[in-house]
Ligand binder design. Structure first.
Ligand code: NAD
Length: 471
């Protein structure tokens, strides 16, 4: 496809601006939507998913090649609908103004904090959980009373177009509008003067988006990626944890922002760990060939990159452990059997880049502090996993590392908790959402002081008494 001309870009820019202005006008007409109006928007979003879930799952499957339908249902549809219902139930409590203590000198005045919608929220979403990562922030933004524009990923074109049409069926364009397009459209989109912009995607594009938003002083929530470690403690019972680790790594074929990227394993347990993990993988996926539950890599380019990571690691001395018996995956299905890597080092791209595929490097450590240091010498990860039974070690890891979120003795589970804030830190993102945290992310917490008739404030008005200025 040819790059769009300057004239086309400027047409697209004015189209996007027109939608934004339309939404902003409508917002001005009702700047504090009532609870029933917000509940109705959430209900419509839920009905949209109920009506179109099956078709969405079919289209996502086509976009991927092979996409486990169960994974689509659980991780995209069910998770999204559960969050919508959670928000619907909590709306009344979330919307209530909060009383705040008033400083003694201002008594009997009162202080409170109002939670007001921000206006128009922009959402740019990625392809890996293409439905969930558009609907998740949309839910929180609607609950908070905002209007929303969404730019979904061009790498799931069938879903993104169907989602655009479904949103137009359930929402007026001044409530929610979906704009489809590639990175060029994303660029135009991120330059719009939104009241808040949520970007979910790679760290590299996140930097560009943050820069574009800064020009408008638009606040951003950046949900980015990175290398999330799984620390296996010496106290860990390998047989019981490897299923959880293998599932978290291989759901969506490793194309999950919070997938464990690499495992830190006590040096003496590396071989036992690799064997236990291999056997968990065999249990979860007895075969890869023709297995509808083993998702494809999203594109030939992404698959090629993953293969290159393995080839380079092998060339630089890593040992590659492939599934047994060897898997003969059909060409064209873009599936890649899971690979464990032993003997990796920092020269290898596989240890410098987010993997985002079914490759798990195993990094040995001697003492727990070495594992903690290894994590802390790198960018702050989006997630960190710790497996073990030793509470002191667990607490040391929690206290001495900084990451977006943590699951203990499991993978991914913290993401699915409605009442936990989700978001990265440092290179893995900024700001968090989900549940009430998302409601607040898309609200202005407005402080209000209400003066009493009996205020003593006039005591400090001029002409000032000399005694007031004495320290
Ligand atoms: P990406 O950054 O390539 O694209 C994400 C979105 O940004 C797409 O809609 C794309 O069209 C748009 N885009 C591309 N270039 C742009 C530009 N210059 N300006 C504005 N928008 C632009 O990411 P991806 O490949 O779709 O997704 C994979 C990445 O997303 C991984 O790094 C993964 O870790 C991360 N991710 C993070 C989370 C999270 O919640 N933190 C969730 C899922 C994925």
């Amino acid at each position: 496809m040819n790059a769009p001309t300057e004239a086309e870009l400027s047409t697209r820019r004015s189209e996007l601006l027109a939608v934004l202005h339309h939404q902003r006008e409508a917002f001005r007409g009702d700047m504090s939507p009532s609870r029933p109006i917000r509940a109705d928007r959430l209900n419509r979003l839920d009905r949209l998913l109920e009506t179109h879930a099956d078709r969405f799952a079919d289209l996502i499957q086509k976009d991927f090649g092979v996409r486990s339908r169960t994974e689509t249902v659980i991780a995209e549809v069910m998770l999204s609908r559960a969050a919508i219902r959670h928000a619907g139930k909590r709306l009344r409590a979330w919307m209530k103004p909060r009383r705040a203590p008033t400083s003694l000198a201002f008594w009997p005045g009162r202080s409170l904090v109002l939670r007001q919608p921000l206006g128009v929220i922009g959402i740019i979403s990625p392809w890996n959980y293409t439905l969930q990562l558009a609907v998740g922030p949309l839910t929180d933004a609607l609950a908070a009373g905002n209007r929303v524009m969404i730019k979904p990923s061009e790498l799931t074109p069938l879903f993104s177009e169907a989602f655009r049409a479904a949103v137009a069926e359930f929402f007026a364009p001044e409530e929610v509008a979906v704009v489809t397009g590639d990175a060029g459209t994303g660029k135009e989109f991120s330059a719009l003067p939104f009241d808040h912009l949520v970007f979910t995607g790679s760290t590299a594009v996140g930097r560009i988006v943050a820069e574009a938003a800064a020009k408008n002083l638009t606040p951003v929530t950046l949900e980015l990626g990175g290398k999330s470690p799984a620390i296996i403690d010496a106290s860990c019972d390998l047989s019981s944890v490897c299923d959880r680790l293998a599932w978290g790594k291989l759901i969506n074929a490793g194309q999950t922002c919070i997938a464990p990227d690499y495992a830190l394993v006590p040096r003496t347990q590396v071989e036992a760990f690799a064997q236990a993990l291999q056997s968990s993988i065999r249990k979860l996926f007895p075969s890869f060939q023709g297995n509808p539950d083993y998702t494809s890599i999203i594109s030939e380019r992404h698959l090629e990159r993953l293969r290159d990571l393995v080839t380079e690691a092998k060339t630089l001395g890593a040992r590659v452990i492939e599934p047994e018996p060897p898997q003969d995956l059909p060409a064209g299905a873009r599936q890649m059997a899971p690979i464990l890597l032993i003997g990796v080092n920092d020269q290898m791209r596989v240890m410098r880049e987010e993997i985002f595929g079914p490759i798990l490097p195993i990094v040995p450590y001697d003492a727990l502090d070495d594992a903690i240091d290894y994590v802390n010498r790198r960018d702050r990860p989006l997630a960190l996993y710790w497996f073990g039974a030793d509470r002191a070690n667990r607490d040391a890891v929690l206290a001495k590392t900084i990451s977006g979120g943590v699951s203990i003795n499991d993978t991914l589970a913290h993401f699915a908790q409605h009442d936990l804030p989700f978001g990265g830190v440092g290179a893995s993102g900024q700001g968090h959402y989900h549940g009430e945290y998302g409601f607040l992310r898309f609200s202005k917490e407005k402080p209000v002081f209400v003066q009493s008739r009996f205020s003593g404030a006039s005591l400090i008005y001029p002409p000032y008494k000399p005694s007031l200025g004495a320290l």
